[in-house]
Ligand binder design. Structure first.
Ligand code: ATP
Ligand code: MG
Length: 439
């Protein structure tokens, strides 16, 4: 994409309504535009990041054996009346009536709908285990939408639902998702710590929240320092093997949010190993047994022919919240510093003298080699403005091409993270950019 033709609006002023850095930078870098309180349009750069994040989530769900579907955003109230949650859910649920006066709602989550869909096909224990997920917009009429996409009203969530014959099977499915989550966040360059959690209105008895440490997080968290050193990508786990050692590691070391904080356990940790910080919840997983299968009458024939309610779990990731969380964890005074795997473009090629034949040719050559994973700044603007925009938008690499370099067949390659600069051949620049993107 050439900047002279792109819709990539950046703002110089700091928007007054934004209280935290990720919200300010998302507005300034032109990622989102608020259309109503807690509801956002995603502009081209934001949409690309959102899709990159969703794709990593998708790949790790698939790898763990879950299958992607797509359920609608609008649901009939009748489904929720069957589970008994229609009245309980309260004002967070956006309720709608269609022209026939039928009660509908904009889905805040999909336990009821998936139980209904899966139940229409599952007949016997041979149809288990299964795990189905989708990446779909949700609506929750939050009392206080704030911090941009971090606490929106409409937001993109990945939610997966597992069905098993036995409790042991369901716990295995839970552990598969637990590991998939560790891998998912690690691939984005984030350290997400699983913490024992309350199960809330979804109900059940085994639950973890995945929390990223950030000063502006809404949760107070306490953990053992050892958890920060865990490398989730070191070896790809075989999802069909015994995964208990992985969850055991996280249980052995203390990690809790404020609600689950245990002073005695905390004091037992050597003082030097205690980390107390703020965190952002980016994922939440639940095992809730037969709560929905029993309430909604989902049964399959067990091995002895007797009907059984499948054991279920649900597994959420805040895909749109992650975009904000990624910025909270990756920025400096000049703007965003995208981690390579989620950056909207791998590089910005900055032409310092548009109209100069040799500079245009060299910048065009580097851009063509990297496109569509690069932007070409061919605007008729001051160099300072181009550098500031590239820093603000956070491209992992900047390739700076000026008349002097063009004459010598050299470009300047700048790494956004760390700020190192080197004069290299165009081929070297292209190779290094491609390599870091595919790593
Ligand atoms: P929170 O405690 O932050 O309100 P929740 O417990 O209501 O979250 P879940 O039902 O567990 O959320 O939803 C799964 C994930 O969806 C959360 O871990 C979070 O990342 C994301 N999420 C939940 N509510 C919002 C929201 N209002 N805006 C953006 N993302 C959200
Ligand atoms: Mg939660």
């Amino acid at each position: 994409m050439r900047l002279s033709r792109a819709f990539l609006p950046t703002l110089k002023e700091t928007p007054a309504e934004a209280q935290i850095v990720s919200h300010r930078l998302m507005l300034r870098a032109g990622l989102i535009r608020q259309t109503a309180a807690g509801i956002y349009a995603w502009l081209p750069a934001g949409q690309r990041v959102l899709q990159k994040v969703a794709q990593i989530v998708r790949e790790e769900q698939d790898r763990a054996g879950a299958q992607e579907i797509l359920m609608p955003t609008i649901q009939p109230a009748e489904l929720w009346q069957r589970s008994g949650r229609y009245d309980d859910y309260g004002k967070e649920m956006l309720r709608i009536r269609d022209r026939h006066d039928r009660e509908m709602l904009y889905g805040p989550t999909n336990e009821e709908m998936i139980t209904d869909i899966f139940g229409a096909y599952a007949k016997s224990y041979r149809d288990l285990p299964r795990n189905l997920y989708h990446i779909q917009w949700k609506f929750r009429d939050e009392v206080r939408p704030r911090f941009g996409v971090m606490r929106g009203r409409e937001f993109l969530m990945k939610d997966a639902y597992s069905f098993d014959l036995t409790k042991e099977g369901a716990i295995h499915s839970y552990r598969q998702m637990f590991v998939a989550y560790l891998r998912t966040f690690a691939r984005m360059g984030l350290k997400a710590i699983p913490m024992q959690a309350d199960t809330g209105p979804i109900g059940g008895n085994l639950s973890h929240e995945f929390i990223i440490l950030a000063e502006t997080g809404e949760s107070q968290v306490f953990l053992h320092r050892a958890l920060l050193d865990y490398d989730a990508l070191r070896e790809a786990p075989d999802y069909d093997s015994d995964l208990s050692h992985i969850t055991e590691f996280w249980t052995r070391h203390y990690a809790a949010t404020d609600e689950k904080h245990d002073e005695a356990a905390w004091n037992a940790i050597p003082e030097a190993d205690r980390v107390s910080a703020r965190g952002i919840e980016v994922g939440h997983i639940f095992y809730f047994g037969t709560k929905y299968s029993a309430a909604m009458g989902l049964t399959v024939a067990g091995p002895d022919g007797a009907p059984v309610h499948p054991e279920m779990g649900s597994y959420g990731i805040g895909v749109s919240r992650l975009v904000g969380a990624l910025i909270e964890a990756n920025h400096d005074a000049n703007g965003i510093i995208w981690p390579d795997p989620v950056a909207p473009w791998a590089a910005a090629v900055i032409n310092l003298k548009p109209g100069d034949a040799a500079t245009d040719a060299l910048a065009g050559q580097v851009y063509a080699a990297l496109a569509p994973d690069a932007l070409l700044d061919d605007r008729d603007a001051r160099a300072g403005e181009k550098f500031a925009d590239a820093d603000l938008m956070g491209h992992p690499w900047q390739v700076i091409v000026g008349p002097r370099g063009a004459a010598a067949g050299r470009v300047e390659l700048k790494r956004r993270r760390g700020g190192e600069r080197a004069e290299v051949s165009p081929e070297d620049a292209i190779a290094r950019i491609r390599e870091s993107r595919s790593a």
